[in-house]
Design a binder for this molecule. Structure first.
Ligand code: 5GP
Ligand code: SF4
Ligand code: MG
Length: 466
């Protein structure tokens, strides 16, 4: 998901709409905005579909006055799937004795099922199926006197990944979980305003100046042109999601001081060193494989070419949550440039293999177009474990790499060769010259390594074995 908030600017909702538009790649199913204005109180709008189709029209935007606003774009990883339940669309809102508050959450809470059971037993009335709603109910049960204190209380009880943007009548609040699994950055807007955004590309679009990241375990409270910083949690070693660098974030964003584009290009360089092959063409699977393919071509000296064209009007296939739509999706989205591919030995570079559906269909398309050989190079290690922190990987049994060896995957996909970047190679590309420090890894890489930095307690209760 993507979260965004702004304070201290006229028509804050317009800024949030733009910010969410820049974060649309983080969630395409639905979006929502909450605003506060002293004359009109809290107002909100939640809609299915793209930001540009909903939060650009006067009939919606005119209902969202105020200089303080937060918003969310949704990608379902918990709760209902797809455009089925508007009640699952964030931000969530609650009235407390000291006033209203709204919150938007990116990430996944790993103890939400247990918390929900406990809260329902004690009288909470849940409105949605989302894990994030627990935060509002925990706030309601807190005995603290201010909303920021209640947010701290609530977030001390949740486990897992959370980058939260929240607001009261006067404050914009940002929090990152102690491991800093999901990103969140702070920017300056104009003379008096501030913005919080999942990624720096959300600041760029509104012309905000990037100030800094919210640090893992940090909470900022912004009011009256001042930013106050708190440390509500016990300190921990940060474990930022390495898959944000591989796939999830936009390549023009800066994460942890690193250009996402540069990391991706460097993954391609590492991949060319680790897994060279003789070929005539390096071709990205667009768009997610493109920077790595550029790096692979540069390092190998093999010409780069756009052998696959992507229909720009389709969203991210993987994010369409049902199997049927996903299956059609590959063809709806990608088509082969026959004139370029015919007769060539082609290296296809993609970011990841999850179920293998995409790779298999692309291989068919490339062979249909008359390629002489097809070699897959993948910019991440085999995805062998599900993510419980906010990326929607399927259960283990549906992950190709959880059930097959690399050679079996190659044969199942039906290509001449298949190679994944090593975990050490990925770490080198992400700025760790010595590779992965197994005693103290810098990133979360659980979907590749099975090393979960936060025990997924709800899933363990359901029978998941680490
Ligand atoms: P597959 O077809 O193997 O199940 O999915 C792999 C494709 O899904 C890749 O091309 C990748 O770009 C795309 N993808 C989109 N969203 C995600 C995600 O959240 N996780 C992973 N691993 N891949 C994703
Ligand atoms: Fe990111 Fe993978 Fe960790 Fe999930 S399991 S937070 S996708 S690195
Ligand atoms: Mg892709």
């Amino acid at each position: 998901c993507g979260v965004f908030g702004v304070i201290g600017v006229a028509d804050a909702a317009n800024f949030v709409a733009l910010g969410l538009h820049a974060l649309q790649h983080r969630g395409q199913e639905a979006g929502g905005i909450v605003v506060y204005d002293p004359d009109h109180g809290f107002n909100s709008a939640r809609r299915f579909g793209y930001v540009r189709d909903n939060f650009t029209k006067a009939d919606v935007m005119d209902t969202l006055p105020g200089e303080l606003a937060i918003g969310h774009v949704r990608y379902s990883t918990a709760g209902s799937k797809g455009a089925t339940a508007i009640r699952d669309v964030q931000p969530f809102f609650g009235e407390f004795s000291m006033g209203g508050a709204a919150i938007a959450h990116n990430g996944n809470l790993t103890n939400a099922a247990a918390l929900r059971r406990e809260l329902i037993e004690r009288g909470s009335i849940f409105q949605s199926s989302s894990d994030s709603e627990c935060i509002i109910h925990l706030m309601a049960r807190s005995i603290q006197k201010t909303i920021p204190e209640r947010i701290k209380d609530a977030l001390r009880r949740v486990e897992g990944a959370f980058s939260v943007v929240a607001m009261t009548r006067t404050k914009l609040i940002g929090v990152r979980d102690p491991l800093g699994v999901r990103p969140l950055v702070l920017g300056k807007v104009g003379d008096h305003g501030y913005a919080l955004s999942s990624e720096t590309c959300g600041l760029d679009i509104i012309g905000a100046e990037f100030l800094r990241e919210i640090e893992p375990g940090e909470m900022v409270v912004i009011e009256g042109g001042k930013v106050e910083s708190f440390r509500p949690f016990s300190p921990a070693k940060s474990r930022f999601c390495i898959f944000e660098h591989v796939y999830f974030s936009r390549p023009d964003s800066i994460l942890g001081g690193r250009s996402v584009y540069e990391t991706r290009r460097q993954i391609g360089v590492e991949l060319a060193r680790e897994a060279p092959v003789e070929a005539d063409l390096v071709c990205p699977v667009p768009d997610s494989g493109t920077p790595a393919a550029i790096g692979y071509a540069a390092e190998s000296g093999i010409p780069f070419g756009l052998g696959i064209t992507r229909n720009q009007y389709m969203g991210r296939t993987f994010i369409e949550p049902t199997e049927q739509i996903r299956n059609m999706g590959v063809r709806l989205k990608l088509n082969v440039n026959r004139a370029l591919i015919k007769g060539k030995r082609v290296i296809l570079v993609d970011d990841s293999v999850v179920r293998g559906t995409t790779s298999r269909k692309i291989k068919d398309m490339i062979l249909d177009a008359g390629a002489a050989e097809v070699h897959f190079r993948i910019a991440s290690p085999p995805t062998a474990w599900p993510c419980f922190y906010g990326v929607d990987t399927p259960e283990r049994s549906k992950l190709l790499a959880a059930t097959m060896s690399e050679d079996e995957m190659r044969d199942w996909i039906g290509v001449d060769s298949l190679k994944f970047i090593s975990l050490d190679g990925l770490y080198r590309a992400a700025g760790e010259a010595g590779g992965r420090d197994d005693a103290n890894p810098r990133y979360c890489d659980a979907c590749f390594s099975g090393d979960y930095p936060v025990a997924p307690s709800d899933k363990i209760e359901e029978g998941f074995q680490m």
